[in-house]
Design a binder for this molecule. Structure first.
Ligand SMILES: Nc1ncnc2c1ncn2[C@@H]1O[C@H](COP(=O)(O)OP(=O)(O)OP(=O)(O)O)[C@@H](O)[C@H]1O
Length: 749
């Protein structure tokens, strides 16, 4: 608004000098300042209370104690410094923004017809605060107002005086304008330095008395003049301030003012030596000498940190890579304490590649290790499972009980057998049977072994009893039976470990090569006798009795002296003690199978006798038990033999190598014995004991050729009348027995 009226100049000497609530006689040092604890308020109203400020004693450094007071309407809180409300606190710049009610004014008093002067002084001398020179400005508002500000600094004895005159029409020819404070209705002057004390004085020569007196009847305007130190950025002149109370009203009787503050009364250099009294507590903080005076200092967080430097650990690392948008590097940004590093895109790629590669390798190594561990664990679980499944525990118990007895039965680990056979190498295969493959192996103590690795598992009943049965079989100790040394139970299908018999099978001996047929008769009878003794032992002396179940020339092995050794009885079964439980297991080999067993499916010791009869026939004839390629009536050796016997053409079928005069009698006896073994009805067959005895006697006869010419001698040798009719044979070379067989074979070649 324009100032049109000229008021008589009247000096109203009303000077209000108030010593304000901000006058604080404080030692605003950090001396022994207590740190705020959890109960100290962190906020009051909208103001964040940042240490060294605090609400109440114990929460602030001396001189920075604020109070949190309810607003008049009771709705909110306001932080006060003394009687002055705090607007906000800046730690970084060491400033506090406050509401200043120290607005000096001069207004025309209707009753006294004079000007009323209301002048303020502000004394901050003993406080840590100074009025910021940079942020504040001295303002004089009025149509005809002149005011001086007398200021002083705590640090200087030099007074600081500023004067400002504001005039506008009608006191001069200029009209005031909104936003313009150039001496027309509004005058402003910068402070010469940071001041800790100031007082305002109006020049009474300039007043609005004339203007008031000249006003029209209806003009009720209040023509006041104002003088104030306030925040420059918060002030914008309006002409309405000239003829109304708008200036005071607008700011609710107060204006913002910015104060500087410092901690301590010393310089950084001194403060840093003060130990506990040094206010910069955070380890990532630094001291800054005060810019508002020669002494006192501020604390700031060092570069790369932010937070409150006045608190221990108050300065926290800034993650520059996160906070900067765009990020501070074109490549890969990596935050490090107090800073960050950048790697160029290509470096980043290399790093990424290297990292991914290492992560990949580590992951791979972990996967391999894990799968190895899982495999090993599974393997161990399987070992345990199979071992238990196959009756290993029972077997261990039994072995424990039988300790001290002569049995040397071993439970082999799979690893031992793998090592012994060089990982079941093909060149160690001794032969492949119907149930599996047999490998030669050598144990650590240089003992040779034969390992039977079966293809399929035995049935469930046998599974449970397997270990136990193995132990029973291992106790069989007969010179003509292959010794079962042990077994391996920790695999799905158990493996059997036998003593190694070096000279192959009887089958191979008879049918194997061109000269093999030329086996002396005595050797054949010896082998038959030894085999019969072994079977008799299984039937009669083993406890419990054992049926071999698969007697054939390929399950009779020959040792280094060509002594017969019955093998493969691991597949045989123990004779059931309960008669009702006759075995219904179908086993045996074509050509050797007991015809009665074929009908009844009941395997008995007489089944072994029948099969042995076929072995006898192979020894006598040199023919195979079953010849698929032969004519119909000659396919089965037993059938063609029985036929020949019946038709009286025995010699047609007997191996011509052994058809000598001296052999004839015993030959017929053996043939007769074979035919008895081949009886259709099991009960009509002799027992293995009978067969073994007879073969034994026949061997004696052959060793005493003279007896063949003396029926009495013969009878006593044979020990039975049936051989009375035995045809006497001339003396042969009977000395070529046992260990001499090899010599025979060699001389026969
Ligand atoms: N203890 C051993 N010592 C040396 N060789 C052996 C031994 N046991 C078996 N063999 C060899 O392994 C071959 C296969 O044996 P296996 O007992 O599996 O055969 P099979 O009796 O012919 O067959 P099946 O298991 O069907 O009865 C035999 O023919 C023999 O040559």
């Amino acid at each position: 608004m324009d100032c049109y009226y000229k008021l008589p100049v009247e000096k109203l000497a009303m000077r209000l000098l108030l010593f304000i609530g901000l006058v604080i006689s404080l030692q605003f040092m950090a001396d022994g300042a207590s740190l705020p604890d959890a109960r100290c308020l962190k906020k009051c109203g909208d103001v964040d209370i940042l240490y060294p400020f605090g609400i109440g004693e114990g929460c602030a450094i001396e001189g920075f104690v604020l109070s949190c007071i309810k607003t008049e309407d009771g709705r909110g809180d306001v932080a006060f410094y003394g009687i002055t409300p705090v607007l906000n606190i800046s730690l970084r710049y060491g400033q506090v923004r406050m509401k200043s009610t120290y607005i000096s004014s001069m207004c025309y008093n209707l009753s006294t017809k004079n000007m009323d002067y209301n002048e303020w002084l502000l004394n901050l001398t003993t406080s840590p605060f100074t009025i910021s020179q940079k942020e504040n400005i001295f303002i004089v508002i009025g149509a005809n107002t002149a005011a001086n500000m007398f200021g002083s600094s705590r640090y200087s004895t030099m007074p600081n005086m500023i004067g400002c005159l504001s005039q506008c029409s009608p006191y001069n020819s200029f009209t005031a304008q909104d936003g313009s404070c150039v001496g027309i209705g509004c005058c402003q002057a910068v402070l010469s330095n940071n001041i800790s004390y100031h007082e305002v004085k109006f020049n009474t020569f300039y007043n609005t008395t004339t203007l008031y007196n000249n006003r029209s009847i209806t003009d009720r305007a209040s023509y006041c003049g104002y003088a104030v130190v306030m925040e420059a950025a918060a002030f914008r002149f309006r002409t309405a301030y000239l003829n109304s109370t708008a200036f005071r009203d607008e700011h609710n009787g107060s204006v913002p003012v910015v104060l500087n503050w410092v901690v301590g009364n010393e310089t950084c250099q001194v403060a840093e030596q003060m130990g506990d009294r040094y206010a910069c507590r955070s380890k990532n903080s630094m001291c800054i000498d005060s810019s508002s005076g020669p002494t006192g200092y501020l604390c700031n967080c060092t570069e790369g940190y932010r937070g409150n430097p006045y608190l221990p650990d108050g300065c926290q690392d800034i993650n520059e890579c996160d906070v900067n948008n765009p990020p501070p590097c074109p490549g890969r940004c990596k935050n490090i304490p107090g800073s960050f590093t950048c790697s160029s895109p290509s470096q980043s790629r290399t790093v990424i590649l290297a990292v991914s590669l290492s992560v990949g390798i580590v992951a791979m190594a972990m996967i391999v290790t894990c799968s190895y561990l899982v495999r090993e664990r599974k393997k161990l679980a399987n070992i345990k499972k199979y071992f238990q499944q196959h009756g290993g525990m029972l077997l261990l118990q039994e072995i424990g009980l039988k300790q001290g007895q002569s049995t040397a039965f071993t439970i082999f680990t799979e690893a031992e057998l793998i090592e012994a056979t060089n990982k079941f190498e093909d060149k160690n295969v001794l032969g492949r049977g119907g149930h599996g493959t047999v490998y030669r192996g050598m144990l650590k103590d240089s003992r040779l072994i034969a390992i039977k690795r079966c293809m399929s598992m035995i049935d469930d009943r046998q599974k449970k009893e397997f270990g136990k049965e193995m132990l029973i079989l291992s106790q069989i100790n007969h010179k003509n039976i292959v010794k079962l040394l042990g077994c391996c139970l920790e695999v799905e299908v158990p493996m059997l470990v036998y003593e190694f018999i070096p000279n192959g099978t009887l089958f191979h001996f008879i049918h194997g090569g061109n000269d093999c047929r030329n086996i002396p008769f005595s050797t054949r009878v010896r082998i038959a006798h030894e085999s019969a003794q072994a079977l008799d032992y299984l039937h009669s002396s083993a406890s419990p009795p054992i049926i071999h179940g698969d007697v054939k020339t390929s399950s009779i092995l020959l040792d280094e002296n060509y002594t017969a050794k019955i093998s493969d009885f691991g597949a045989s079964i123990l004779v059931p003690t309960d008669e009702a439980q006759f075995v219904t297991l179908v086993q045996g080999t074509c050509g050797y199978l007991d015809p009665e067993y074929m009908q009844t499916c009941q395997l008995t010791d007489k089944s072994d006798v029948y099969s042995f009869g076929v072995v006898l026939l192979e020894l006598l004839t040199g023919k195979m038990a079953f010849n698929l390629e032969g004519p119909e009536n000659e396919k089965s050796l037993s059938l063609s033999f029985l036929c020949a016997m019946k038709e009286g053409r025995l010699m047609d079928i007997i191996d011509h190598h052994i058809q000598t005069d001296e052999n004839a009698g015993v030959l017929e006896e053996v043939a007769d014995l074979a035919s008895q073994c081949l009886e259709m009805i099991g009960d009509n067959r002799p027992s293995m004991r009978d067969v073994a005895d007879k073969l034994g006697r026949l061997r004696k006869v052959m060793q005493h050729p003279w007896a063949q010419h003396d029926p009495e001698e013969m009878e006593s040798l044979l020990g039975e009348s049936s051989v009375a009719g035995l045809e006497m044979v001339s003396t042969g070379n009977f000395s070529m027995e046992g260990g001499a067989v090899q010599g025979i074979l060699e001389s026969g070649r």
